[in-house]
Design a protein around this ligand. Structure first.
Ligand code: NAP
Ligand code: MG
Length: 486
């Protein structure tokens, strides 16, 4: 580890913690089925933990296959009338949900940060506003489906089983629920085991919105609960965001059935810096690409490629920037990097750091005082790596960046595409022609130019190869929730 302390600022920010006294969190949360909060049939509960201090926040119901069955029945029953409601009426409910999220945005942001460990600045400025925007955006489509699919008659599919990960808990719920409702489907959604609270808060809002009972059911539990949703015979569509491993399991499980599926899986995004890029902006872009949300981002720019002529300059500036990142209390408004989401994920990240060291890669971590309790990982660079290193090929899902250099465009395209994944990429150059050339040739579902990790509800998101298939967001996102007779 580098002990280079030359870049340390001589002053620090005063603490600026977000207050939590206005937040109401119950001791125990039940399942949201058929418009009511109900106890799990087997009476089992699990703890949800604050990863920044390991303290228990609440007990959460664990749904077994029996509860899944009740939820799917409720969704099936609700489908009969919900699917016949006019688009205009459906839209009204979705707008209402969007507005209620906005009204309670501060509460949502604090709970997201408490339960998942992400910096309050991100949950406040990105996760929650974007979640509301997804509901607004798809509310607008509800009565315009005939324009989305001209000369065709889109019909809802039925009950959508939706399974989401822990990195953007409320946002992923919004990505899944909003287009399903806009197109007339009903929903059984399962949030991740480590971050169930904002989905349960969303259930409160859904109840308050007056959405007909059974249209959205939110059930909590672990992987087994997810598997019960996947295997339920009356679920018509599976929408899954998570790891490639579980995605493969799901695809096997539904083989031979008529279930539709979309899979948003892992990634190992290439972030490519050319010598003619605006270097200081690019350095900010590198930081945002990999350290946003502690690197728990499927489309993170986790592989950096810098053109050889500017490599020393970029790496020097990047190291200096790393020294100034603030790591610690996620509720502090100054914090740049919060807590790693779970002890399990921290173990995975540390395993990869060890693999990198064992494979002879050069590591750089800034000096930082990590809090004593909780799950923490400093921002980490691996220099002098090559394509064959495991840390370059496998998704780490943490604040770890591999740094490689290149000389020519052809070389960097070859290297960037040489991975089993194909979710995201970034290109930094002043030349438009270079951007167009690369975006044609990079095998990635999302490519940013001179920016990174920018999201918009109107813009489709999804991958190639082992990053999955299907698109969420935008007009494309409606397609996975409709069927046609023709
Ligand atoms: P994960 O283990 O695949 O879990 C995702 C969800 O699936 C969780 O709700 C999980 O429940 C559930 N699950 C686990 N085993 C299951 C099974 N056998 N059947 C059905 N559901 C099951 O992934 P993760 O570790 O939580 O999330 C990180 C991964 O998600 C990364 O690989 C990341 O790249 C990917 N991701 C992709 C996107 C995208 O849009 N492409 C976005 C975000 C994340 P529990 O959590 O309760 O175990
Ligand atoms: Mg938690």
């Amino acid at each position: 580890m580098s002990k280079n302390n030359n870049f340390k600022a001589t002053w620090t920010y005063a603490d600026a913690p977000e207050s939590t006294d206005h937040i109401q969190i119950k001791k125990q949360y039940e399942l949201f089925i058929d418009g009511r909060f109900v106890k799990p049939i087997k009476g089992k509960y699990f703890d949800t933990i604050n990863p920044s201090n390991q303290e228990k926040i609440a007990s959460v119901a664990e749904a077994t296959s029996e509860d899944v069955d009740v939820a799917v029945k409720a969704a099936n029953k609700a489908f009969k009338s919900w699917s016949k409601l006019s688009g205009k009426e459906r839209g009204k409910y979705i707008y209402r949900i969007a507005r209620l999220i906005q009204e309670r945005a501060r509460e949502f942001a604090v709970i997201e940060t408490l339960d998942g460990g992400k910096p309050i600045r991100e949950s406040r400025d990105i996760d929650i506003p974007l979640a509301a925007n997804h509901f607004f955006y798809y509310a607008g489509w509800a009565d315009k489906l005939e324009y989305a699919f001209p000369n065709r008659k889109p019909k809802p599919i039925g009950v959508a089983g939706q399974i989401i990960p822990w990195n953007f808990p409320l946002l992923m719920a919004a990505w899944k629920i909003a287009p399903a409702l806009a197109t007339g489907n009903t929903v059984v959604l399962k949030p991740a085991e480590t971050t169930p609270l904002t989905a349960l808060k969303l259930a409160e809002i859904i109840k308050e919105s007056g959405l007909p009972k059974g249209v959205v059911n939110i059930i909590t539990g672990a992987g087994e609960t997810g598997a019960s949703i996947v295997n339920h015979p009356n679920v018509d569509k599976i929408a899954f965001t998570g790891s490639t491993g579980v995605g493969k399991f799901i695809q096997k499980a539904i083989a031979g059935t008529s279930k539709k599926v979309t899979l948003e899986l892992g990634g190992k995004g290439a972030n490519i810096i050319f010598e003619d890029a605006a270097i200081d902006q690019a350095v900010e872009g590198i930081v945002n690409a990999i350290f946003f949300n502690q690197g728990h981002v499927c489309c993170a720019g986790s592989r950096l490629f810098v053109q050889e002529s500017v490599a020393n300059l970029v790496i020097e500036k990047l190291k200096r920037r790393l020294e100034t990142l603030i790591i610690g209390n996620p509720l502090d408004k100054n914090t740049d990097i919060g807590a790693i989401n779970s002890t399990k994920q921290l173990k995975t990240i540390n395993k990869y750091i060890k693999i990198g060291l064992d494979e002879g890669c050069e590591i750089y971590q800034p000096e930082c005082n990590l809090p004593k309790n909780g799950n923490w990982c400093p921002p980490t660079l691996f220099l002098n790596v090559s394509q064959s290193h495991r840390i370059v090929q496998e998704e780490i899902f943490g604040p770890v960046l591999t740094v490689q250099t290149f000389r020519t465009i052809d070389e960097v395209i070859e290297k960037a595409n040489n991975t089993p994944y194909g979710l995201s990429a970034g290109v930094w150059t002043q030349k438009g022609a270079k951007i167009f050339n690369l975006t044609q040739k990079l095998k990635a579902g999302i490519i940013w130019a001179n920016t990174f990790n920018k999201f918009d509800p109107a813009s489709p998101f999804g991958g190639y190869k082992e990053s999955g298939f299907g698109r969420e967001g935008g007009l494309h996102g409606l397609k996975s929730y409709v069927k046609f007779d023709d």
